[in-house]
Design a protein around this ligand. Structure first.
Ligand SMILES: [Zn+2]
Length: 185
């Protein structure tokens, strides 16, 4: 992330790595069982609020491998609301999350030492479906995979993976594979 401005998380105007050259339909996000459990436990714990975090890992030609689940504070507050005035008219007030750019930089620095990039963002939809909201699309960035969890009554019911298609500006589902790193399907 070349910018430390508060708008960094919205990222649509700050693209480092374009996925346009790859076929979106071929992309897969791989998460090992232990990290999968960590992510789900975090989002269940955050209920009834929306939990969010970052996925650190490596992105190869088609496979994005998650090596760390970075639990973030949901920094959505009055300041964030000012940065995204359009949010007021988009969807439910429960579907709001923001990751402080300072935390983003901290995660990025921590990952860099180990050769890891921020490859995705995850968050939950309390008592709602695991599909991107209008707000999610507004703040999405094509370089990231977006894992969205439907948390029903405090229980993670479903997690789906999405990526923004820059050509159509719409989210497309992406394959999500839970398996140990280095183990072939
Ligand atoms: Zn959302």
């Amino acid at each position: 992330m070349p910018s430390s401005s508060p708008a960094a998380i919205s990222g649509r105007h700050v693209r480092i790595r374009s996925v346009a050259s790859r076929l979106l339909s071929d992309l897969t996000v791989i998460v090992c069982p232990a990290l999968w459990q960590k992510l789900r436990e975090h989002l269940a714990r955050a209920y009834p609020y929306e939990g969010c975090g970052l996925l650190l890992g490596t992105a190869a030609e088609t496979d994005t491998t998650v090596a760390e689940v970075w639990i973030a504070k949901n920094a959505w507050d009055a300041t964030a609301a000012e940065l995204f005035p359009e949010a007021a008219t988009l969807g439910s007030a429960r579907d709001r999350f923001a990751i402080d750019p300072r935390e983003l930089l901290q995660a990025q620095k921590s990952g860099r030492d180990r050769g890891l990039d921020i490859v995705g963002v995850y968050h939950s939809h309390p008592d709602s479906e695991a599909v991107p909201s209008a707000f999610d699309r507004e703040i999405a960035w094509a370089a990231y995979a977006y894992l969205i969890a439907s948390v029903q009554q405090g229980r993670v019911a479903e997690v789906r993976c999405w990526r923004l298609d820059e050509a159509t500006d719409a989210f497309r589902p992406e394959a999500l594979c839970i398996r140990a790193a280095g183990v072939e399907e």
